[in-house]
Design a protein around this ligand. Structure first.
Ligand code: UFG
Length: 324
């Protein structure tokens, strides 16, 4: 197939592009490089430097191919939950309005298969765990709201314009390519794994543990960390599903395991052999104590199951990149 990967130079996007290339598909990456990196691009994939906020640019990209595109994978979004609460306009414009441009350009050029990076952030504070797709969607931050709003747009475009979509609700994406082909470091990361790695390699003096008084086994928050190669495979399987079944899909992608901040940190100390200084500070606003996924539906519909999402692999593959 011929696939347009929007946001394909980013951390998750580059792993997704690698997976589609490995499966023999033709890939074009469209990215504005605001957080994506040139070093995440592959010579086998064509690159178009452009912005989804510019309708003519995204429309031009969709037309700019010898053979028409069979599908779009859309991963272009801002994703810092904290920032989204302070600067909602940035998230409205890029995440929501940018996606409207993608949808309208897709309709104009007749591309009707879309795989969309959604997020477990659409669920908000868990009412039960593990969280399945029937869990109420009540996002607690504006970032999560933008992802939910896009899911609603996709569902209308499905009804009205025959767009088939796969909405993939990622839990905590982590790790690096198990074959070591991707090495681009995320800029100013706020997520736990890259923060631990930056501390392990001396880019930060000390990290913070946001609260140890939660109602969990060791008092720190529990999350479901899913390896980025597993997420990438999920995209390929989801695209096959919507094309074969001519039916849209909304599924969780997670490891179905929960690890506390302390467990992640202790394993990182063992794997890296570094002290990784950490101090316990107050809770971070909006952090639920425990979040884990049920992936029964992605298993049933796609045959997908996380393969590389054990804590050791998540940390080892990250350390391979950061230690350099
Ligand atoms: N944490 C720390 N110190 C840090 C960073 C994080 O203690 O420096 C803790 C957090 O308090 C939390 C856990 O590590 O308990 C994980 O935090 P992350 O910031 O890595 O991830 P979140 O669970 O907050 O959110 C991530 C993505 C969201 C997505 C969500 C889905 O950033 O986009 O997973 O589960 F929606």
């Amino acid at each position: 197939m011929n696939i347009l990967i929007i946001g394909g130079a980013g951390y998750i996007g580059s792993h997704v592009t690698r997976e589609f290339l490995d499966r023999g598909h033709g890939c074009t990456v469209f990215d504005n490089l605001s957080s994506g990196l040139r070093e995440n691009l592959f010579s086998e994939a064509k690159f178009i430097h452009g912005d989804i906020n510019d309708y003519m640019q995204i429309l031009g990209a969709m037309k700019d191919s010898a053979a028409p595109f069979d599908a779009i994978v859309h991963l272009a979004a801002f994703k810092a939950a904290g920032e989204s609460m302070l600067n909602p306009a940035k998230y409205s414009k890029n995440n929501i309005a940018g996606t409207i441009n993608i949808l309208n350009a897709a309709c104009e050029t007749g591309i009707n298969n879309i795989v969309f990076s959604s997020s477990a952030a659409v669920y908000g504070e868990p009412q039960y765990i593990p969280i399945d797709e029937k869990h109420p969607t009540l996002p607690e931050n504006y970032y999560g709201f933008t992802k939910l709003e896009i899911e609603r747009l996709l569902s209308w475009y499905d009804k009205l314009k025959n767009i088939r979509y796969a909405s993939l609700r990622y839990f905590n994406a982590a790790g690096y390519d198990v074959k070591g082909r991707l090495k681009g470091l995320e800029q100013n990361p706020a997520n736990l794994l890259p923060v631990i790695m930056e501390t392990a390699c001396g880019m930060r003096k000390e990290m913070q543990i946001f609260g140890n008084d939660y109602d969990t086994k060791d008092g720190t928050c529990i999350r479901d960390y899913v390896h980025v190669n597993d997420l990438a495979v999920g995209h390929a399987m989801a695209l096959d599903y919507i094309i074969k079944n001519k039916k849209s899909l909304t599924v969780n992608l997670g490891s179905e395991q929960g690890f506390s901040v302390t467990e992640v940190l202790e394993t990182a100390r063992t794997v890296t052999g570094q002290p990784i200084p950490a101090k316990i500070t107050g809770r971070r606003e909006g952090d639920p104590a425990k979040l884990t996924a049920s992936c029964a539906l992605s298993h049933e519909l796609l045959g997908w199951k996380a393969q590389h999402s054990d804590l050791e692999t998540l940390i080892k593959t990250s350390w391979e990149v950061y230690k350099k």
